[in-house]
Write a protein that binds this ligand. Structure first.
Ligand SMILES: [Zn+2]
Length: 497
């Protein structure tokens, strides 16, 4: 069994100020050929899961290219999209005859000229491989699953967890489906429902709350007669494209389509009925800070979803820093910010020096202003670290040159690139132990909980302005379909309007 593996994983945000250029991919985020197997084998990524499942069955893998960005950004530039697609397809030409293709995608990728870039990629592969070679793709739970994606793929499988901790298992599920199709020379069917709604992510956890119930119902269909896999997607909400919405995908034997249709309708209805429970109330900044500094035992995790790089924000907000400076905290507070110029100034000054430096607001000055800070450069480093928590354990994160600037009790991690903030290694890798702090800033709507909840004294989601504010009605959507909840109000998801 010869299976080609490729990865083109990026989550787009139509309103992000970070361009989807080559710089958007870190230095270890583009891997080629056998490098993919060497680097990702043993990691808790989709490819880690595919390789693990495949090795148990003696599958032969032909790795193409893996381009995976660990932060979200604006649409991928046309030249980058074409170059990565071309390389995926060209490297396929040099493989021996393949029996199937496994693709690792996010599913909410936009490229210049392609509002459904994942669908376009699948279309190009289908055109190349013809109708008989199975194509199975893994997707993030925030994928925007489209008609084109469902038509071009044989099976689409999404994460079952938010915070995302099951990439490895998702890879295993994808491998098992493609192995079944290859071994049995059988076709599988997909049943797809798209809901006319987008949702904020803060209450979109599968561990509790409305999404938990929807996900449990979805997973419970797997194994019912002829149903082989099922996913439910709460789409990345800042996609200003003509086809967008939450969705349900069931993979089944062709004989089970009727049963799968009924299950998909039931899941979609439950998801729709729960839509208002995803509304989020964020806490006011200043009272939250005063409370966090006053309680006896830290650490209080102050999460700032509006500046979350994993959702598409630049990570350059100064709002929390400014408020904290005013309060002059008496116990350690750990914050972080993206500002490559400030890192450069810190490098020029050197470790141990006290400098005045302007930080932040380099990308999104419409939401906040830079802050001028006098602090001591405590540390400078190249910046890479390895995720150690449950989300993508083992994956190296490239944040570029990084330093710590200390102002009294505030330790500010200044990074050159926006990165996922799921893992306390963001701080620990620099010698800052979050458990020793009173306040720890994290820029993530939900995913950080998997690694932070166990030691947090409290977790507070604060309301600040930014690119990834969950107040979806405040964005200037131009291309979305209507009606679309919560932008529009209507009652029946099947007959919108
Ligand atoms: Zn996601």
């Amino acid at each position: 069994m010869n299976i080609a593996i490729g990865c083109f994983l990026q989550e787009s945000h139509s309103f992000s100020p970070i361009p989807g250029s080559w710089n958007h991919f870190g230095k270890t985020e583009i891997l080629r050929g056998t490098e993919i197997l060497d680097v990702l084998s043993g990691t808790r990524t989709e490819i880690g899961g595919i390789l693990s499942a495949g090795n148990e069955t003696g599958a032969d893998f032909f790795p193409l290219i893996s381009a995976r960005s660990t932060a979200s950004a604006g649409p991928i530039l046309r030249e980058v999209f074409e170059a990565i697609c071309d390389e995926l397809l060209t490297s396929l030409s040099s493989s021996k005859k393949i029996d199937g293709l496994l693709l690792v995608l996010h599913g909410a990728m936009i490229a210049e000229g392609y509002p459904d870039a994942s669908g376009e990629l699948l279309r190009r592969f289908r055109e190349r491989l013809g109708p008989d070679i199975p194509i199975v793709a893994t997707l993030d739970l925030h994928a925007n699953v489209t008609n084109l994606m469902v038509t071009m793929g044989n099976a689409l499988v999404g994460y079952h967890t938010a915070p995302h901790i099951d990439m490895f298992e998702t890879g295993q599920r994808a491998f098992n489906l493609i192995a079944r199709m290859i071994n049995d020379r059988s076709r599988l069917a997909m049943v797809y429902r798209q809901l006319p709604m987008i949702l904020p992510g803060e209450n979109g956890q599968t561990t509790e709350g409305p999404y938990h119930e929807v996900m449990e119902k979805t997973k419970a269909t797997i194994g019912k007669m002829g149903i082989l896999d099922a996913s439910v997607f709460s789409v990345q909400p800042w996609l200003d494209v003509p086809e967008v919405g939450c969705s349900v995908v069931i993979v089944c034997e062709e004989s089970a389509i009727q049963q799968a249709e009924k299950e998909a309708d039931d899941i979609a209805q439950l998801f729709w009925d729960k839509r208002r429970d995803f509304d989020v109330r964020l806490a006011e900044l200043e009272p939250s800070l005063i409370h966090a500094l006053a309680i006896a035992d830290g650490p209080v995790i102050l999460s700032e979803p509006s500046d979350s790089p994993s959702s598409g924000a630049p990570g350059d907000s100064t709002v929390l820093l400014k408020a904290l400076l005013k309060l002059d905290p008496k116990r350690p507070c750990y914050l972080n910010i993206v500002d490559p110029n400030a890192v450069l100034m810190m490098q020029q000054a050197g470790i141990g020096q006290t400098i005045e430096v302007q930080v932040g607001a380099g990308y999104a000055p419409q939401f906040y202003n830079p802050v001028t800070l006098t602090g001591r450069v405590r540390l400078l480093c190249e910046g890479d670290f390895k995720n150690k928590g449950p989300g993508m354990k083992g994956l190296v994160i490239n944040r570029g040159p990084t330093g710590i600037l200390v102002k009294d009790q505030i330790s500010l991690v200044v990074m050159s690139r926006p990165i996922f903030q799921w893992d306390p290694e963001l701080y620990r890798s620099l010698g800052l132990e979050p458990m020793d702090a009173q306040v720890v800033q994290v820029k993530s709507p939900a995913a950080f909980r998997a690694a932070y909840t166990s030691f947090a004294s409290e977790i507070i989601l604060i309301d600040t302005p930014g690119v990834c504010s969950p107040k979806l009605k405040t964005f200037n959507f131009q291309n979305i379909p209507h009606p679309l909840f919560p932008i529009d109000e209507f009652d029946d998801w099947r007959k919108p309007g």
